[in-house]
Design a protein around this ligand. Structure first.
Ligand SMILES: NC(=O)C1=CN([C@@H]2O[C@H](COP(=O)(O)OP(=O)(O)OC[C@H]3O[C@@H](n4cnc5c(N)ncnc54)[C@H](O)[C@@H]3O)[C@@H](O)[C@H]2O)[C@@H](O)CC1
Ligand SMILES: Nc1ncnc2c1ncn2[C@@H]1O[C@H](COP(=O)(O)OP(=O)(O)O)[C@@H](O)[C@H]1O
Length: 286
């Protein structure tokens, strides 16, 4: 189930993750998603972010490549489009949304920029992981992209409620139905987070069995986004990358809790534990 690691390989073999993440208030989201992509095997992780985010993350993560973007207020400026578009080439996968702006800030500033950028990704068949404020922007914009199965959307129940214009209670009563509904609406893989995460593609449905309450802490979803993007970069299909990402992320939470307890695990513990789980998996233990 793990992506192949051919002996005759180099960093380009394992893909480029272009991670558009972070804002002044959410610098950690950019770090957690970027390091997670590298820890599950992506060849390159390129963090595209505003300068204060890059300053903070690069101090912790010299292995990533950094693309400073123009800033507007505390977030990415719509003027970033040409720089981001220049990064799109064969072998690139994109992650979009972790911490890109605080909720309550006017996500409308992203309207034409994100419309044009996501349309470009679809036209060039670039796989996308759409999370957090990327999903919140989509809900607010009313855009109805047709992702042709090449996007993994990773909503938690409130984000899915925003996308489908319903409420969290209704979603939680019928998680499988709403995950499939969103999948059909956007022609995307939908990973509905929470205890027993669901992965739906409109026809098939997988329920993840791993994970525990250690994961119920800020920042763990940003790690999941990075892991799925890292597996996509290694040429897994979007559905398989989502299934494997959820499984490894959940196991990382379980293993981390053995050392730190379900109370004490931090999101930043997960990427290293994910790498240890991959080692166990290579040895045939999972
Ligand atoms: N250190 C950082 O930089 C962090 C940045 N973050 C970013 O902060 C932004 C806001 O995200 P938030 O998720 O905090 O805020 P939201 O307002 O999107 O959602 C949080 C609420 O959603 C509901 N919810 C979430 N999971 C649920 C579940 N499994 N069952 C039922 N209800 C559930 C709960 O009511 C919860 O309070 C995002 O862009 C995110 O990427 C967060 O990841 C937190 C950490
Ligand atoms: N009780 C739980 N059991 C299993 N997994 C959980 C539990 N609580 C949260 N998770 C997982 O942790 C992650 C939380 O993601 P999210 O809500 O987006 O957090 P954040 O935005 O703070 O990064 C998801 O992958 C979710 O499935």
């Amino acid at each position: 189930m793990l992506p192949a690691r051919p002996e005759d390989s180099n960093k380009a073999t394992f893909g480029h993750v272009l991670n558009i993440a972070g804002s002044v208030n959410f610098r950690g989201a950019a770090y957690l998603s970027t390091v997670s992509a590298l820890r599950v095997g992506a060849g390159y992780a390129i963090l595209a972010a505003i300068p204060p985010v890059i300053d903070a993350v690069s101090a912790q993560l010299p292995e990533a490549v950094y693309l400073p973007l123009p800033q507007e207020g505390s977030a990415i400026s719509p003027k970033s489009f040409p720089l981001l578009a220049s990064q799109i080439k064969p072998g690139t996968v994109c992650a979009l949304g972790c911490g890109i702006s605080a909720l309550g800030c006017d996500l409308k500033i992203f309207n034409s920029f994100l419309h044009d950028f996501i349309s470009l990704l679809i036209a060039k068949k670039i796989p996308l992981v759409l999370d957090a404020d990327g999903l919140n922007w989509l809900a607010q914009s009313g855009e109805n992209f047709h992702f042709d199965g090449n996007c993994v959307m990773t909503p938690h129940p409130m984000e899915l409620a925003r996308l489908l214009k319903t409420d969290v209670e209704s979603i939680q009563k019928n998680r499988e139905h709403f995950a499939q509904k969103a999948s059909e609406k956007f022609h995307a893989i939908v990973l509905l987070k929470g205890h027993r995460t669901i992965i739906a593609d409109g026809k098939n449905l997988h329920i993840n069995e791993t994970g525990n309450s250690a994961l119920a802490k800020a920042g763990t979803g940003d790690c999941l986004t990075g892991m799925i993007a890292g597996f996509l970069a290694q040429k897994m299909s979007p559905f398989d990358a989502a299934v494997l990402g959820a499984k490894i992320h959940g196991l990382a939470g379980e293993f981390a809790a053995k050392e730190f307890s379900e109370y004490g695990v931090l999101a930043s513990d997960l990427p290293k534990y994910a790498a240890k789980i991959l080692r166990e998996s290579e040895l045939g233990n999972f």
